[in-house]
Design a protein around this ligand. Structure first.
Ligand code: CP
Length: 316
């Protein structure tokens, strides 16, 4: 199916061909962002960003991407400033039907799983999922794949560690779906009971990827070409005590845990790096050659330029 006019709700729907198209389009558009220029590619188009949950990178990078391509942006960063978040509680469906009349594409983040699919059902314009609860964050995974390709020159053949709460964290879900299209070796590093949800594990099995699971990062860090990690969200836990217990178990990234990293390994992290208790990713790691997460932020703008161009059918 062409990407033009398509919703991006889950990366499970993306084939290798789709991903390759996004990554090659991003490569063509990268000079515009690198030179901090603006083009006129999407000059007649309008993006709506509807963020029901906080965001720094996803919202601002989509807005930057649209503006770099000459398009306009409307939307809200806090639902309390809209009727969806006031005492009337306007429904999501009505909100989307209204915004659909204003914009050519909608980017939405919501704290409830499945809301991106609901929005896509009622909108006539494409809806892009910017994170729906603990479910998925597909454009984050696309920008992470682009970062790997740019920095390691390939994705096939690499050993990628998925390090953290694979059960609850949406970035791992989308990244695992994305990586299932490549010939990678996957190493899962997580505390017991926090493995990938069954449908995602099944996809990886069906695609015949080599996998291994450990609980301690130190055991495998020397084998990884890519260390992909994310901070655990407190919201995923029933109560504070459960989160506190889990916090002590899940792998933290610091100079000690990456001491025996392979030369050339890159660390990707969607950020933010704090989890409400401490730094999941120690700032001391920033000065090591492994730290790629701020460059990853730049690649995020580039990848989202590609996503918007493709969804809106622009000729790149
Ligand atoms: N990477 C990411 O989703 O960051 P934000 O929550 O700031 O958008």
């Amino acid at each position: 199916m062409p990407i033009k006019g398509r919703d991006i709700v889950s990366l499970s729907e993306f084939t290798r061909k789709d991903i390759d198209l996004v990554l090659s389009t991003a490569r063509k558009l990268e000079p515009i962002a690198a030179k901090r220029r603006r083009s006129t590619l999407l000059k007649d188009k309008l993006l709506a960003t509807l963020f029901f949950e906080p965001s720094t990178r996803t919202r601002l990078s989509f807005e930057a991407a649209m503006q770099r391509l000459g398009g306009g942006v409307i939307g809200f960063a806090d639902p309390k400033t809209s009727r969806a978040g006031d005492w009337r509680g306007e429904t999501l469906e009505d909100t989307i039907k209204v915004v659909n009349q204003y914009a050519d594409v909608i980017v939405m983040r919501n704290f409830i799983e499945g809301t991106a699919a609901t929005a896509a059902k009622v909108a006539e314009v494409p809806v892009i999922n910017a994170g729906d609860g603990g479910n998925e964050h597909p454009t984050q995974a696309l920008l992470d794949l682009y970062t790997i390709l740019r920095e390691k020159k390939r994705i096939d053949g690499l050993t990628v560690g998925l390090v953290g709460d694979l059960k609850n964290e949406r970035t791992f879900h989308s990244m695992a779906y994305g990586l299932s299209n490549f010939k990678v070796n996957l190493v899962f590093v997580h505390p017991p009971g926090t493995s990938l949800p069954d449908p995602i594990s099944q996809r990886i099995k069906d695609r015949g990827l080599s996998t291994r699971t450990v609980t301690k990062l130190e055991e495998v860090v020397g084998e990884l070409d890519v260390l992909y990690t994310d901070t655990t969200r407190k919201e995923a836990f029933k109560d504070e005590k459960e989160f506190d217990r889990f916090h002590n178990e899940y792998p933290h990234i610091n100079l000690k845990t990456i001491e025996h990293a392979k030369e050339g390994m890159i660390i990707l992290h969607p950020l933010p790096r704090t989890d409400g208790i401490d730094f999941h990713l120690d700032p001391q790691v920033d000065s090591t050659p492994y730290a790629l997460y701020f460059k990853e932020v730049f690649y995020g703008v580039v990848t989202r330029m590609a996503i918007l161009s493709l969804v809106l059918g622009a000729k790149v």
